[in-house]
Design a protein around this ligand. Structure first.
Ligand code: OAD
Length: 266
């Protein structure tokens, strides 16, 4: 505990659980999206392409559930307190596996997004990354809802058009784009893992919140921090793969825990 209290350079490492209280489902566990949409199919592009051909209604449901959660989500106290701590100089930054942009929406500036961000687009040709339009994303969601409400479900052509409707051409070269998110089997965005590793190995306290700690290479970051001498604190209602590494395990939902800290004046 004393290493936590005396920390001079802390950092946070977050996963899906930190956005659960913002209404975005986690991936694993009973309520996780991988239960309904297995990652072997829905977590990678070849799987999604095959599902699109053979089960278009399911693909439409998957995209609709995901977009609906992302479109409606607002930061919760976990995002807000971490942003305040950065502002006050208590933490150097946040390393996140989340693609929802909620840390930035809460005011965090130093956010290392290991798996990208659904609110950005990436050019398939020149690699340029730029912000997507939230209105277009909402329009895509509206179109998916319209298609799935039809009794015979969405036709493949209409679904293809709907899924691509927010993917505007690259603002730099005019070629086709894709969501700036990392699917299984893809490389992490260049430089981000390296920056995350630098932060993890140079902090003296790593606050891990809302991650099962099973997806590599992200899951190695707490180990890197611990090996470099940092104290590791974990906030998670359930023990995870990181718990054996943690110096302190706080068995609580992150939003409620940070709200409690805020109420207690920290
Ligand atoms: P997971 O779904 O694997 O784990 C979520 C963790 O959050 C679990 O340990 C839960 O117990 C915990 N949790 C649930 N509610 C919580 C709450 N309110 N507060 C705090 N913790 C809570 O999500 P990640 O670890 O983020 O990658 O998953 C890592 C990666 O696997 C994701 O980035 C994604 C996924 O496949 C890609 O898509 C590449």
């Amino acid at each position: 505990m004393s290493r936590v209290a005396s920390s001079r350079k802390a950092a946070a490492f977050t996963g899906a659980g930190v956005s659960a209280e913002s209404g975005i489902p986690t991936f694993r566990g009973d309520e996780g999206i991988w239960r309904e949409y297995p990652p072997a199919v829905y977590g990678n592009l070849p799987g999604l392409a095959a599902a699109f051909l053979f089960r278009p209604r399911r693909v439409a449901g998957f995209a609709q559930d995901a977009l609906r959660a992302f479109a409606a989500a607002e930061p919760n106290p976990a995002h807000r307190v971490l942003a305040e701590w950065e502002e006050e100089g208590r933490i150097a930054g946040v390393i996140t596996q989340n693609v929802d942009g909620l840390h930035q929406a809460a005011g965090s500036r130093e956010v290392l997004e290991l798996h990208g961000n659904v609110h950005r687009l990436a050019c398939r040709s020149c690699g340029h990354v730029f912000p997507g339009s939230r209105e277009r994303l909402r329009a895509t969601l509206g179109e998916l809802e319209r298609l799935t409400a039809r009794r015979r479900g969405p036709g493949r052509r209409a679904l293809f058009r709907a899924l691509r409707s927010h993917l505007v051409p690259c603002e730099r070269c005019g070629r086709g784009t894709r969501p700036d998110v990392v699917f299984f089997g893809e490389r992490l965005p260049s430089g981000v893992l390296e920056a995350a590793a630098r932060l993890a190995s140079s902090c003296d306290l790593l606050i891990c919140a809302g991650t099962s700690g099973v997806v590599q290479p992200a899951a190695s970051l707490p180990l890197l921090a611990a090996r470099a001498g940092a104290a590791v604190v974990e906030i998670n209602p359930e023990p995870s793969a990181l718990t054996p590494l943690a110096d302190l395990f706080v068995p609580a939902p992150a939003g409620a825990f940070f709200a409690g800290l805020a109420a207690a004046g920290r």
